[in-house]
Design a protein around this ligand. Structure first.
Ligand code: SAM
Length: 371
């Protein structure tokens, strides 16, 4: 069969294989602080010492989860944070309001599993009233089919659902609890409730589910959902992460591109989103790769995190935190809270350092930080 030809007479497949060459690497070390010699600003946007402006806040509403995914939580013996340590809805709302005042315009609720927090719909409504331009959630999908209409009515605008396999037995092995059908049902329910097609988060682990990359991509193409393949990061509670278990985004794209040619759809150098997006050349949607390990994208990072127990983190991999809970509970005012945000942002390092020989895993694993 003759292969279709692209411009300059080259077969489209070859041309795209070249064009799709993985996203341009963004050096982790930013070329010297733009604010060199300057002091931490006490007004204006949340800017760090490298000039990165922070507008995105991930709020973990609980460390609890009903699943035990191998790449995230231990199978047994989880010790939850005491309830008294967890921020109340009023406290979360207050921190979110201060963040909004400081220029944060996008909030994602996560966990643990956000849906296991009783009254989550009420929290969505409270945060929805603050006026963020985007309010989204990352969920494992269990229980979401039932809650989707109420969450949408409360102001939720987008949902990402984690789903690492389309094979029921493998799903059970990876997630150790729950079942695939309830997750697929959740995807349908979210869309029927009026939200845009869900994004599907897939953590790819070599030898575990990497043989499903093309099947998962096909599922995205067939359903109009964007699948985002995430490189396995050293944040699992079992500490079983090894570099050999990471399937690089470049390899993921190579495998998909061999079946359905891809074209870049985002520009890493300017896009703060964690996923590098690619569109299918035949117009059947998009796919994303999150290359936290193989090609860090810290240079454009605009994200901050609030843990369930009230610590602001400037990076998933940070070893330091900036607690606000005691301040909230001892009558601290909004100006003081704002200063904690500013200090947290100002203390942000140029990059996460996973690939530095001196890298130390954070003491919290993913479910205790909020992914
Ligand atoms: N419970 C929700 C869920 O399952 O999506 C939200 C919390 S979960 C910690 C958020 C995201 O982090 C999920 O997409 C999950 O797949 C991802 N994640 C967890 N551990 C990870 C790891 N070690 N490496 C890469 N991604 C991870």
């Amino acid at each position: 069969m003759r292969r279709p030809r692209g411009t300059k007479g080259k077969p489209i497949q070859d041309q795209v294989a070249r064009d799709v060459a993985p996203p341009r690497a963004v050096p982790i070390v930013i070329s010297g602080p733009r604010t060199a010699g300057g002091a931490m600003p006490s007004s204006g946007p949340l800017v760090d010492s490298f000039g990165r402006v922070h507008t995105d806040l991930r709020i973990s509403v609980t460390d609890r989860c009903n699943l035990r995914c191998v790449y995230c939580m231990p199978e047994e013996g989880v010790s939850w944070m005491p309830r008294s340590a967890i921020l109340t809805f009023e406290e979360i709302e207050r921190v979110a309001s201060v963040a909004h005042e400081l220029g944060v315009d996008s909030v994602r609720l996560t966990g643990g599993e956000p849906l296991v927090r009783a009254g989550i719909t009420d929290l969505v409504a409270r945060i929805g009233r603050i006026g963020f331009s985007d309010l989204s959630m990352t969920s494992n999908g269990t229980g979401l089919a039932r809650l989707a209409p109420a969450l949408v009515a409360a102001g939720l605008k987008r949902v990402n659902i984690s789903c690492d396999s389309l094979r029921p037995e493998r799903f059970a092995e990876v997630r150790r609890r729950g079942n695939l059908s309830s997750v697929i049902e959740a995807m349908d329910a979210v869309e029927q409730a009026g939200l845009p097609p869900v994004k599907i988060n897939v953590v790819v682990i070599a030898g575990i589910n990497d043989d499903e990359i093309v099947d998962l991509a096909a599922f995205g193409r067939d359903t109009g959902r964007v699948v985002r393949f995430i490189e396995f990061m050293p944040l699992d509670a079992d500490e079983s992460w090894e570099r050999e278990k990471v399937v690089a985004g470049e390899e993921i794209l190579r495998r998909i591109n061999a079946v359905w040619p891809l074209e870049p759809a985002s520009e890493r150098a300017s896009d703060p989103a964690p996923a590098d997006r690619y569109r299918y050349a035949d117009g059947r949607g998009e796919v994303g790769v999150i290359t936290s390990v193989s090609r860090a994208f810290c240079g454009t990072c605009n994200r901050l995190r609030l843990t369930a127990d009230g610590a602001i983190r400037n990076c998933l991999f940070a070893n330091g935190e900036h607690p606000v809970r005691d301040l909230l509970r001892s009558g601290g005012d909004d100006a003081e809270l704002a200063m904690v945000f500013r200090r947290a942002v100002w203390a942000k390092r140029a990059g996460h350092g996973i690939n530095d020989p001196a890298f130390l895993r954070p003491t919290r694993s993913m479910s205790m930080i909020g992914g």
